[in-house]
Design a protein around this ligand. Sequence first.
Ligand code: 0O2
Length: 221
Amino acid sequence: MEEQKRELNVEQLLKILKHSSKYAVLFNQYRSAILEVETKLRVLDNELSLDNEKNPIEVIHTRLKSPESILTKLQRKQLPVTFESMQEHILDIAGIRVICDFIDNIYKLEKLLTDQTDITVLNRKDYIRNPKPNGYRSLHLIVSVPVFLASGKRDVPVEVQFRTMAMDFWASLEHKLNYKKDIPGDCDIPERLKKCAEAAAELDLEMMDIRQVIDSCAVKE
Ligand code: 0O2
C-alpha cells in the first residue's frame, strides 16, 4: 500500500514536470546551451585540424537528461522536487560527451574551452588521473555558458565529459552490463571489469607513445 502511494506520487510528479509550460521554457535553455558549447568544441576541432590535418575530436554526443532521470536524482539526493531545486542542484541536465583520439588532446581541448572568457568552470572531476575504484576514466567538467534568448541572457550549466575512444568503449559496455545494477558481492565481475579498464588505459598510453615516435620520425625526414 505504502509502495503504491509512493509510485503514484512519482507518476504525478512526472506528469506535472512534463506538461508544465515552465518545463518547455527551461529545457529550451538547456538545449540552447548545448548548441553553444558544441559549436565552441567544433570550432576548436576545425582549427586544430589545420595544423596536421588530424582532428582531435572523433565524435560529439549530446543529450538532455530525461524528466525520469532528473526526478530519480532529486529523490536519491533527498532534494525537493521543484523547478528551483532542479535548476540549482541538477547540473548535468545538458550533457555533452566528447570522444577524443589521444589523452593529451583531451587536456588541450579542456584548456582551450575553459580559457574562453564567456565560460565559467563550476566543477571539475578528473577521473583520468584519478580513476573511479571500478576503473571508470573520463574528464568531467560542469561549465556555465551564457545563452542569449529573446527573453534575455541566462547562464546555463552544461556537463562536458571528455574521453578517449578506449575509455568510451569500456564505459559504454560497463554501463550496459553493470552500472547501477546489483552485482552479487561474491563474483569476480568487478575485478574483471577493472582489468579491462586498465588494459584500455594501457592502450591509450601506448597509442600516444606510437604517435610521438611517428611524429619525431616525420620531423627528421
Ligand atoms: P547516465 O546514465 O549517464 O545519465 P553528482 O552529479 O556529482 O552529484 P554523479 O552524477 O554521480 O554525481 O557525478 P559523476 O561521478 O560526475 O558521474 C556523472 C556521469 O558520469 C554519469 O551520469 C555517467 O554518465 C558517468 N559515469 C560516472 N561513473 C560511471 C561509471 O562507473 N561507469 C559508467 N559507465 N559511467 C559512469 P549519470 O547521470 O549517473 O548516468
